[in-house]
Design a protein around this ligand. Structure first.
Ligand code: GLA
Length: 375
């Protein structure tokens, strides 16, 4: 006898991807970030089962998996379903007993584009599983559990930014988040500009070593600096002058990694002030400085990302352009005067393709609401 109740209508949930305006590789250093949720989402339909099995299917991939909630020690399988299974495992480990279900995933967030399709899968799955099991879980806890799924189950030591904004984003707003306290502020985005995302079409892979290596370098920096500055728990606690004074003996590469994080945190706070004062020129300058720092000090940009930014800087009406997300491929974010968007798209599409022979995808995005149940 089939355990699924597929004849009944499913409940449906949506969780958005995100674009980060500024504050890159600061989240896992207890620092500040300023992402916005975007109108590209992952959708999950869920049907309850009367046992403890999860049956998970995705429209983007052909296969389907089954997972037994009573066998949580099953290791991850380096499979697309790890993000969803990891969330179920972390919910259960935290003591939330889940009911079995059939889940069907459908995604609009392009994979590997730096727009957090993984966090969107995690958050949409989490919301669906929680509702299906008649649980109520605070959204902050949910964000942390989704992050833990990616850290401990998938094996990417990501910070909290993506999951948090996928749950807490608001339309027409950027979200300024303190990744230590998880306090946040919503900052209205002016309607005279669009968030335009340019996908280089070179995929990045977060689980690969480079991301975790950056994180380890930051930790090495903290360990060294804490010998002189005992109150330092994370790079968030260090000022540039202190790095200059106490970081002289650090390996040069670790020094530069620290300099990026410390200067980036300061840029996020300045960007928050600039936005509050409607000073888009200042905001754009900070985006440009962020990109340079990611390129030169943190070394997570790529030729294609640099080219995309360079091209954007030639177009009238662009306030700022920078790589967004983890890097090593993926997308740039551009703050563009609404009236200049069409011209921007035309120019970038033709020049980028002429030079790289890759056809970029360009999304004119709206800042959107966080995860929700939909009808
Ligand atoms: C990825 C991670 C985030 C963050 C960014 C870099 O998107 O998931 O936690 O670290 O990279 O800012």
């Amino acid at each position: 006898m089939s355990q699924t109740l597929n004849d009944s209508a499913p409940r449906k949930f949506r969780a958005p991807g995100r674009v980060n305006l500024i504050g890159e590789h600061t989240d896992y250093n207890d620092g500040f970030v300023m992402p916005a949720a975007i109108n590209l989402s992952v959708f999950v339909s869920i049907w309850p089962r009367d046992d403890r099995k999860l049956q998970i299917k995705s429209e983007s991939f052909d296969d389907e998996i089954e997972f037994d909630l009573d066998q949580q020690n099953r290791p991850s399988e380096h499979h697309w379903s790890d993000y969803a299974v990891g969330v179920a495992v972390m919910l259960e480990r935290a003591g939330h007993r889940l009911r079995g279900a059939r889940l069907e995933l459908r995604g609009e967030v392009p994979l590997g584009s730096g727009l957090s399709s993984s966090a969107a899968v995690e958050v949409a799955t989490a919301c669906a599983l929680v509702a299906n099991s008649n649980l109520t879980i605070d959204r902050r806890e949910l964000a942390l559990l989704c992050q833990r799924a990616e850290n401990e189950y998938v094996g990417a030591r990501v910070g909290i930014m993506d999951q948090f904004v996928s749950l807490f984003g608001k339309e027409q707003s950027a979200l300024l988040l303190d990744c230590r306290s998880l306090d946040y502020k919503l900052l209205p985005l002016p309607d005279t500009v669009n968030l335009v995302i340019c996908n280089t079409m070179v995929k990045h892979a977060l689980a690969s070593g480079a991301y975790n290596e950056r994180r380890a370098q930051c930790e090495a920096g903290v360990k060294h600096l804490a010998q002189f500055l005992p109150n330092v728990r994370a790079l968030r606690d260090v000022m540039l002058a202190q790095l200059e004074q106490y970081g002289r003996d650090l390996p040069e590469v670790v020094y530069r990694r620290c300099r990026h994080v410390i200067s980036e945190n300061a840029r996020v706070l300045s960007a928050g002030e600039a936005l509050a004062q409607h000073d888009l020129h200042r905001f754009g300058e900070l985006m440009a400085a962020s990109h340079r720092s990611l390129r030169d000090d943190y070394e997570v940009s790529s030729e294609e990302l640099d080219l995309m930014v360079e091209l954007a800087n030639k177009v009238a009406g662009v306030y700022g352009a920078r790589m967004t997300g983890g890097g090593f491929g993926g997308s740039t974010v551009n703050l563009v005067d609404v009236e200049k968007v069409e011209e921007f798209k035309r120019y970038i599409a033709s020049e980028y393709e002429r030079i790289t022979k890759l056809r970029p995808e360009i999304y004119v995005c709206e800042a959107s609401n966080g995860a929700e149940e939909i009808q």
